[in-house]
Design a protein around this ligand. Structure first.
Ligand SMILES: Cc1ncc(C[n+]2csc(CCOP(=O)(O)OP(=O)(O)O)c2C)c(N)n1
Ligand SMILES: [Mg+2]
Length: 577
């Protein structure tokens, strides 16, 4: 905490004080779109403002930064009042649905104008898509408001936190009743991890040892809790097959012999098979939300549920054992309890830990069958020479060409998400960012920018469709201008593969007579026109060469867009081939 800077300053106005507090909290950059006076106050003390081309993108970049920072650092975004605050809404809703902590600082009207129509009140209008939101009413309240904001970011359920910067309040000098400076009154609130009760941990291990076919279900809370080692250790000790949710993807190395794979709307065949048969689901760091973008739980299974947010427990499912608290502490407690029982000569515990080889062999065989069935798609054998590249052949190229341990890959909404989630094999924590319960098209570009700011040493690559590009494509210019070099792989099919032709979702008349869902463009040329390198590819070999070039160009600070002539991919795992 505290990125330097003076501990006390002469009299400051509200914006300057907030900038100093951000600095004390270690904030190094600010996603923004002018004009909000905080942007200038931040820039003057060395917090780097990065202006996006749309406020939704600024929020999404802050979100991307938070997603790969495990509640140690937070994305912060400042937008202006009215239109800026209104435009930010979609990005905040996306972060809320995925439980992402980020700090949103929209400008607000003056206190006198607050109740007057049509002045936009962020606090009132964001209700329902934020963890907390407050409006500043007095300059002297700023340190306490910011303390509440950072306490909410660090602790309890993660989510977007809003402090609305009332124009006249933030322009005033901040008095200090104690005669010091207002900054002296700001102390960063600590992080406080909570652990579940010992009897609940015991009941969870009882349930585990009674089960015949348990599955360990890992969500995004495992990543946010820094609990990936504990997850692997418990899985290995208790011989537990591991399923990761879309948000939890990369919480375990997907090449680990106990990993069943990841799942959102689509998943691997082993994951679905094990979930269908499971008689116990040990769910860690997950909201267990019922959503089209998540796999369903097996009917009738015993559910043991851990989440950082006690309100998740029982929200959508009947839960047998509740373990509210931090994922790392919970996993460690479960492992310690299991070890205690093994050491005490508990026969069921000993039997459980002896099963690993058999469980791994079963998973390996199911995995081999699934991959063999998909090999024609992954190898591109299903496409004739000269036909557009299949999405699965693109994923094979990504898996083969990237240094996956040192990359951060993410999908976009639609077919890129549904094809990547089962088949791109994430290795190290955050080597993949899985996202999307409301699933905003176009998140991939700003997300990759935020991820690159958090991890400049990693290759940050978003895979998106042509439809998605329309929602955020101009932020390629943001990446190029800022030297935050990312690579976009654009699957250009001139269509929306998520609504396949001939499927019940196909808008036949609107498509054939009016061109709805068809769109086009020379995206490589557009990227070039915005200061990036654009590469057009139509074969797997060209794509692999382009990915290698992209890595080299990104390392030089140059942003790259690879425009792939791609098919209208309709195949989804595990259901259709
Ligand atoms: C903001 C927003 N509007 C609408 C949707 C619904 N939606 C999901 S995927 C999709 C089509 C995506 O097309 P494209 O980006 O070309 O990807 P493809 O499926 O063709 O690979 C739409 C409209 C969404 N996810 N986000
Ligand atoms: Mg498309």
């Amino acid at each position: 905490m505290g990125a330097g800077g003076p501990t006390s300053v002469a009299a400051v106005n509200g914006n300057e004080l907030i900038a100093r507090i951000l600095q004390r909290e270690g904030v190094e950059w600010l996603a923004c779109f002018p004009n909000n006076p905080l942007i200038e106050a931040a820039a003057r003390i060395g917090i780097r403002p990065i202006a996006f081309r749309h406020e939704r993108g600024a929020v999404m970049a802050a979100d991307g930064y938070s997603r790969v920072s495990d509640r140690r650092r937070f994305g912060v975004v400042a937008v202006q009042s009215q239109a800026g605050a209104e435009n930010a809404l979609g990005g905040i809703a996306q972060a809320y649905a995925d439980n992402i902590p980020l700090l949103v600082l929209p400008g607000g009207p003056t206190t006198g104008q607050m109740p007057v129509r049509p002045n936009y009140s962020a606090v009132r209008n964001y209700e329902g898509i934020v963890k907390s939101a407050e409006v500043l009413l007095k300059p002297a309240d700023i340190p306490a408001a910011m303390r509440r904001a950072f306490a909410a970011l660090r602790n309890g359920p993660p989510g977007p936190v809003v402090v609305e910067l009332t124009a006249d309040v933030c322009a005033q000098e901040v008095p200090d009743p104690d005669g010091g400076t207002a900054l002296d009154r700001y102390a960063p609130p600590p992080r406080a991890a909570q652990a579940p009760a010992a009897d609940a941990v015991g009941a969870a291990v009882d349930a585990l040892l009674e089960a015949d076919r348990p599955v360990l279900w890992a969500g995004g809370g495992v990543l946010f809790g820094g609990a990936t080692d504990q997850l692997r250790r418990l899985a290995e000790r208790a011989a537990l097959p591991v399923f990761v949710t879309m948000q939890g993807k990369s919480a375990i190395d997907e090449t680990h012999p106990l990993c069943l794979g990841a799942g959102g709307m689509t998943t691997t065949a082993p994951a679905r098979a094990w979930l269908d048969r499971a008689d116990l689901v040990l769910a860690i760091g997950t909201s267990l939300t019922r959503t089209p973008y998540g796999q369903r739980l097996p009917g009738g299974a015993t559910i043991v549920h851990n989440s950082d947010d006690p309100a998740d427990i029982g929200k959508d499912e009947d839960v047998h054992v509740a373990l509210p608290g931090d994922a790392a502490l919970t996993l460690s407690a479960l492992l310690a309890e299991l070890d205690r029982r093994v050491a005490g000569g508990d026969a069921a515990a000993a039997a459980r830990v002896g099963m690993r080889a058999d469980v791994e062999a079963d998973i390996a065989s199911a995995r081999a069958d699934w991959l063999a069935a998909w090999e024609p798609a992954l190898s591109g054998a299903t496409e004739e020479p000269g036909q557009p590249l299949s999405y699965y052949r693109v994923i094979r190229a990504l898996n083969d060409t990237l240094d996956r341990d040192a990359s951060i890959v993410t999908h976009d909404a639609g077919a890129p998400r549904d094809c990547l989630v089962p088949f791109y094999a994430a290795t190290t924590p955050h080597s993949y960012v899985g996202w999307g319960k409301t699933t905003h098209l176009g998140f991939g570009i700003p997300l990759a920018i935020g991820a690159k700011l958090a991890h400049p040493d990693r290759f940050c690559c978003n895979v998106m469709g042509d439809g998605a590009f329309g929602m955020s494509g101009t932020d390629i210019e943001t990446a190029a201008r800022s030297g935050v070099a990312i690579t976009t792989v654009l699957l250009n099919n001139g269509a929306m593969a998520t609504y396949p032709i001939g499927s019940p979702l196909d808008p036949v008349t609107a498509r054939t007579e009016y061109g709805v869902t068809h769109m086009g463009g020379d995206y490589a040329a557009i990227a070039e026109g915005m200061g990036a390198v654009g590469i057009r590819v139509s074969t797997a070999e060209e794509l692999e060469a382009a990915l290698t070039e992209a890595r080299a160009r990104n390392a030089e600070g140059v942003t790259v867009l690879i425009d792939v002539a791609a098919n209208v991919e309709a195949r989804r795992s595990p259901a259709s081939l």
